[in-house]
Design a protein around this ligand. Structure first.
Ligand code: X6L
Ligand code: MG
Ligand code: MG
Length: 170
């Protein structure tokens, strides 16, 4: 397993925690090894705000797959879990985004890494910072913790650690 990558997970269709857990289970193969996972966070929706809250988390993986094959694999897991692409930013059973792949900058029609808007999104930065605040974000060459320092308190308030079996009936 020669490559380290970070994957963001998000779900806002119930049962959200089930979709997160199934995604992790389906991701793990001979070619994708789970190294670490963040806590689960409940997060206010960003972009299209008239939809239910998300559960978000971040995984650190090691993989033999090159970035494009990792993307294709993530998309196959999204389909396995019933992902339907209706509205661009609308509700989804599961969303798997490649945040980082080693320290590579990748820009093709299919894939951009680092994820183009990860630097503004507390729902990505907070779980990533939990895994490793010292990770360098290529291109801008800043650590996750220093980027997070620049995110507004209002944005951070929308990201709260989620506890399972909290009576929500998920
Ligand atoms: C202006 C215009 C400002 C668009 C922000 C932000 C659009 C984020 C899309 C934006 C804009 C997105 C998740 C989410 C989505 C998620 C939470 C997106 C894509 N995915 N909100 N919104 N968690 N909390 O995983 O990220 S849609
Ligand atoms: Mg996304
Ligand atoms: Mg996506």
């Amino acid at each position: 397993m020669m490559n380290t990558a970070y994957i963001a997970l998000g779900s806002n269709i119930k049962p959200r925690d089930h979709y997160l857990n199934q995604a992790i289970k389906n991701l793990e193969t001979d070619d994708v090894k789970l190294v670490n996972k963040s806590s689960v966070y409940e997060t206010d929706p960003v972009g299209y705000t008239e939809q239910d809250n998300f559960l978000n988390m971040v995984l650190e993986i090691e993989t033999n797959l090159d970035p494009i094959n990792l993307l294709l694999y993530c998309q196959s897991v999204e389909l396995q879990l019933g992902r339907k692409r209706k509205l661009r930013w609308g509700p989804r059973t599961i969303d798997l985004d490649i945040l980082l792949y080693n320290q590579e900058n990748i820009k093709t029609e299919q894939l951009t890494v680092p994820h183009p808007r990860m630097n503004e999104r507390a729902f990505v930065l907070i779980p990533l910072n939990e895994l490793n605040p010292l990770i360098n974000i290529p291109l801008i060459n800043k650590s996750v913790s220093s980027i997070l320092d620049g995110v507004s308190p209002e944005e951070k308030k929308g990201v709260i650690k989620w506890m399972p079996s909290n009576g929500e009936g998920e």
